[in-house]
Design a protein around this ligand. Structure first.
Ligand SMILES: Nc1ncnc2c1ncn2[C@@H]1O[C@H](COP(=O)(O)OP(=O)(O)OP(=O)(O)O)[C@@H](O)[C@H]1O
Length: 443
């Protein structure tokens, strides 16, 4: 390791170490923490630009006022909330334990927590607190005021972006994927709906419940390759290289051929989805879309990517899409040495990777008080009311100071329509850590 903490050529990043440090330090690959097991925080290594302190949770559901619902997913809902003490806005994801048990999604929630709590990257949504009540899991995250990238895209003329703008977002997504792969995760669910916009206009990846982690023994260290021109490159593919998963997940039009074929897939699926994303940003449609799901799958497996005459796209643009949408995962761009290979493609030649976060994004959300929540789907209050009735955003967690949210029916954890106490002999959620994360420079 060099003095500034960067890896020297030939030096490898340790795979999944477990040391006892809970802080993440500047530009270094640190062996962050710890003991694993029920109720323990399972942090692994981090690659961060700030320090984070992990503390026992300092808030509960009663510490927040609910403002409105921002979105909903399979087993949960996301609310815009204001912390009573600080007046700060956050996005609060609330997941129903009952639904998770019934739909066998517990592991996904635990993985999501691990990624959010471990990640410290400018393009990955920041987690501030995670905690649980009898019936719900809560993720208190940074509120991405710019809303869904998908909505922003829809509101553009032609519902698409110029090639330059697409390149910018593709670069930010590549940087986030690189980081996730370094951590040993495959994202598996890249699509415009999962990209949120920070107030600054920079992207933030969210929704990690489909992400998959390589086993501690499976993931190998990142290694340094030296290109023919002498440039040292970190091979992130190695971190997830021995890791194949068979689960059939993802979004129809974004699914990679090897996922359809259920032949097992690797981090190369994320490079496939990046290809679809670039295509969609430029052409306002995905390349293999069929009338029915089976047509889409048939096209993904059999059709070459087709480029319309308009809009005009550079040769390099078409090339990177074609290389990412290589149906053979072992020759796909990114399959050799991961993100560094993608970043080296000539389409990205204009990108200054080190200055990405200081570059003015093509879409900057209009300044607002934050509560307006533009670029979010219209959520019916009835949806959020239902959750309130279920007690999800009303009852303070035991031992945590707080009161019911004003304007709610004031139901307790066990009073709600659907919140009959879960009768369980085993606590499936014991591995879910209640923590508060404090970032450098914040009090
Ligand atoms: N940090 C955030 N800031 C602002 N809005 C957010 C944030 N996180 C989530 N949302 C909103 O909530 C929606 C649902 O979030 P998310 O996809 O994480 O939920 P989910 O329950 O995991 O969904 P899925 O079923 O797709 O996995 C997002 O599309 C977005 O509109």
């Amino acid at each position: 390791m060099t003095k500034n903490g960067l890896l020297s050529p030939g030096e490898s990043i340790p795979p999944m170490p477990d040391a006892n440090a809970v802080s993440k330090t500047k530009d270094r690959v640190t062996n962050a923490h710890t003991s694993e097991g029920p109720g323990k925080i399972a942090f692994r290594r981090t690659y961060s630009s700030h320090s984070i302190k992990v503390k026992s949770v300092e808030v509960g559901p009663g510490s927040f006022h609910k403002i409105k619902m921002l979105g909903r997913g399979d087993v949960g809902k996301v609310y815009l909330v204001r912390e009573k003490k600080s007046g700060k806005l956050f996005a609060m994801k609330v997941l129903s334990k009952k639904e998770m048990i019934e739909r066998k999604k517990i592991k996904r929630a635990l993985t999501e927590q691990e990624i959010l709590a471990t990640a410290n990257h400018p393009f990955i949504v920041t987690l501030y607190h995670s905690f649980q009540s009898e019936n719900y899991l809560y993720f208190c995250m940074e509120y991405c005021m710019g809303g869904e990238f998908f909505r922003a895209l829809q509101s553009r003329p032609g519902k698409c972006l110029s090639e330059d703008a697409a390149r910018f977002y593709a670069a930010e997504v590549t940087a986030a994927l690189e980081y996730l792969h370094l951590m040993g995760f495959i994202y598996r669910d890249l699509k415009p709906e999962n990209i949120l916009l920070h107030q600054s206009g920079h992207i933030m990846l969210s929704d990690f419940d489909l992400a998959k982690q390589s086993s501690e023994r499976g993931g190998r260290p990142a290694t340094i390759h030296t290109e023919e021109n002498g440039t040292p490159l970190i091979d992130t593919r190695a971190c997830t290289a021995d890791f194949r998963t068979n689960s059939f997940v993802g979004t129809e039009e974004y699914i990679a051929p090897e996922v359809i074929q259920t032949s097992g897939h690797t981090s190369a699926v994320d490079w496939w989805t990046l290809g679809i994303l670039i295509y969609e940003m430029i052409y306002a449609t995905t390349p293999f879309k069929g009338v029915e799901r089976n047509d889409t799958f048939h096209n993904i497996l059999n059709l070459p990517v087709h480029f319309r005459d308009t809009p005009k796209v550079s040769h390099a643009g078409k090339d990177i899409i074609t290389r990412l949408l290589d149906k053979r995962e072992f020759t796909r761009l990114g399959s050799k040495s991961g993100a560094s290979e993608v970043k080296q493609h000539k389409w990205f030649a204009k990108i200054n990777w080190g200055l990405l976060r200081n570059t003015q994004p093509p879409i900057v959300p209009t300044a607002s008080n934050g509560v307006d929540a533009v670029n979010f789907r219209q959520m019916h209050e009835s949806m959020s009311l239902q959750l309130e009735r279920q007690g999800a955003l009303v009852t303070p967690t035991k031992g945590v100071a707080g009161s019911s949210l004003p304007g709610t029916p004031g139901l307790g954890e066990n009073d709600g329509l659907d919140s009959s106490p879960l009768s369980r002999t085993v606590d499936e959620f014991s591995a879910f850590s209640s923590i508060t994360l404090q970032y450098d420079g914040e009090s």
